[in-house]
Design a protein. Structure first.
Length: 158
């Protein structure tokens, strides 16, 4: 069974393992975090937990391993931006869709948000498929980090 948990200090080692094990996999579709991220992971993890405008979550499997990360950042005025990544070992099994659905439910019921946005690179077919399947609507092109992306929006109040 998988549980979606709000990120805590205790998740640090499992999150680091997830990021190390999947680094090459993630780098095939999103920008690599860079060596510094891994060298200074503990400080960065602590800094994330201190962020007041973010809600970070991990999808945890029965063995206590991180299967995915689902984050709401830049939470302000009823809106937030969604980001997510799941482990290569469980790719294509619907985990990303499941995690996004659970975060949407939290965004509605617990965080009381009205709107989520997510930018996916044009070439990131899997990410766009996940967003489409979970109800997001494409609203147009945007550029992120020099890459052509598609903005997706989900109105939660409807
Ligand atoms: C994108 C990502 C989260 C998908 O995770 P996942 O657990 O494999 O996703 P799911 O199994 O829930 O769904 C994947 C969907 O993408 C589809 N898909 C996979 N590769 C695809 C491709 N190249 N083009 C189009 N669709 C694709 C699958 O068919 C599936 O859709 P379907 O069930 O409707 O057929 C994962 O690949 C990942 O972490 N990638 C790196 C980080 C990233 O890109 N994050 C998103 C940033 S916006």
């Amino acid at each position: 069974m998988l549980t979606l948990q709000r990120l805590t200090e205790e998740h640090g080692p499992a999150v680091l393992r997830f990021e190390i094990e999947n680094r090459a996999y993630f780098a095939r579709s999103v920008r690599d975090r860079g060596d510094d991220y891994f060298v200074h992971f503990a400080e960065r993890h602590a800094a994330l937990l201190a962020e007041s405008d973010c809600c970070f979550h991990v999808l945890i499997d029965d063995d206590g391993r991180v299967a995915g990360r689902f984050n709401l950042v830049d939470v302000a005025e009823g809106a937030a931006e969604l980001g997510f990544r799941t482990a290569e070992a469980v790719a294509g099994r619907g985990l990303a869709k499941e995690g996004v659905r659970r975060v949407i439910a939290l965004a509605r019921a617990e965080y009381r948000l009205d709107r989520l946005t997510a930018d996916a690179e044009v070439r990131n077919g899997a990410s766009r498929a996940v967003l489409r399947a979970t109800g997001f609507v494409e609203t147009g092109p945007v550029e992120r980090g020099g890459q052509p992306c598609v903005r997706h929006v989900l109105e939660l109040s409807r």
